[in-house]
Design a protein around this ligand. Structure first.
Ligand code: TMO
Length: 305
């Protein structure tokens, strides 16, 4: 049996644009390097990562979120353009969210039906009656959801996660209401109390069947899953090119705590990516072999005693 590295060609790990993903990708790269592999990091926004994984410009994606990515993930699995490398332990949620102090002004929250009565709280000026919902670049068609549930809101998108945190910080400083996209596990939960909006419960049929749900003429009349999965994906050639790296990727399973910690090292403790990844490894995998299958670890020479 070949031992790692079975190939010198670099394993390309896809880097997206929020910190838990960036740090846990770097952690994964360091584990691969400890096994003797060459590693490169390639930046792709979520929208472009699918093509990259399909044609081998990227080989590993460490965070595939059910709430925002399940549709593309399943489409590409069906086409054999990516492979499912297993599920993390973490349970996830991605949804409209507000910091806790907003509830004093709109006590019927987090129920979604309170959104319209409170739309003025989230409007940019007294002249505007519509509220603004601030989204990142990842979501499913929120415009459709706004229409399907007849919400008096307009949509504004930031270009990455940092854009969201800047607006959040601004709002908190002036005690201004804000309604924005957020997710868990994330660093925000540990520092800024808040709640997700409770939309009508998610069902896959809600995305495809207009007659499903409270609006019989529209899809997307529901929220995102409240207990979503988090998966890993790989380029289809990974298992044959770097068998031990692929087996390690399959074994990698991170908890909610591990993901929130990864993001918090950057967002709260202000470490850079390298420092955060090293601190994370010290805490959760100090010997760099917790997830490396035994058959992929170097043989220990028995001293005979
Ligand atoms: C994919 N994301 C965690 C940003 O929702």
């Amino acid at each position: 049996m070949a031992s790692p590295p079975e190939s010198q060609s670099p394993i390309k790990i896809v880097i997206n644009d929020w910190n838990s993903q960036i740090i846990t990708s770097t952690v994964t790269g360091k584990i691969f390097e400890s096994m003797g592999y060459n590693v490169e990091y390639v930046k792709y926004p979520v929208k472009q990562q699918w093509g990259a994984l399909g044609n081998g410009f990227g080989h590993v994606q460490i965070e595939i979120w059910e709430g925002t990515m399940s549709k593309m993930f399943h489409q590409l699995l069906t086409k054999h353009a990516i492979i499912d490398a297993g599920t993390h332990q973490a349970i996830t949620r991605e949804e409209w969210w507000y910091p806790e102090y907003v509830e004093k002004l709109c006590p019927e929250l987090p129920h979604w039906e309170a959104l319209n009565n409170c739309a003025h709280l989230f409007s940019p000026s007294a002249a505007e009656s519509k509220g603004v919902y601030i989204s990142g670049p990842w979501e499913k068609p929120d415009g459709l959801r706004i229409r399907a549930l007849n919400l008096h809101y307009t949509l504004k998108r930031t270009k990455d996660a940092d854009g969201l945190w800047i607006l959040l910080e601004d709002a908190i400083k002036s005690n201004r209401p804000i309604l924005m996209f957020n997710w868990t596990p994330n660093w925000v939960g540990a520092k800024i109390p808040g709640k997700f909006i409770e939309f009508p419960e998610y069902s896959p049929a809600c995305e495809t069947d207009k007659t499903w749900g409270i609006n019989p003429k529209a899809t997307m009349d529901c929220g995102n899953p409240t207990s979503g999965w988090l998966k890993k994906a790989a380029w289809p050639g990974m298992a044959s090119t770097w068998p031990c790296a692929y087996k390690t990727l399959q074994k990698l399973t991170f908890t909610n705590h591990m993901f929130s910690k990864a993001a918090a090292y950057v967002e709260i403790d202000h470490l850079n990516v390298q420092q955060a990844a090293e601190k994370w490894l010290k805490e959760f995998d100090p010997n760099l072999k917790r997830w490396v299958p035994l058959e992929c670890q170097p043989l220990k020479i028995n001293s005979g005693r």
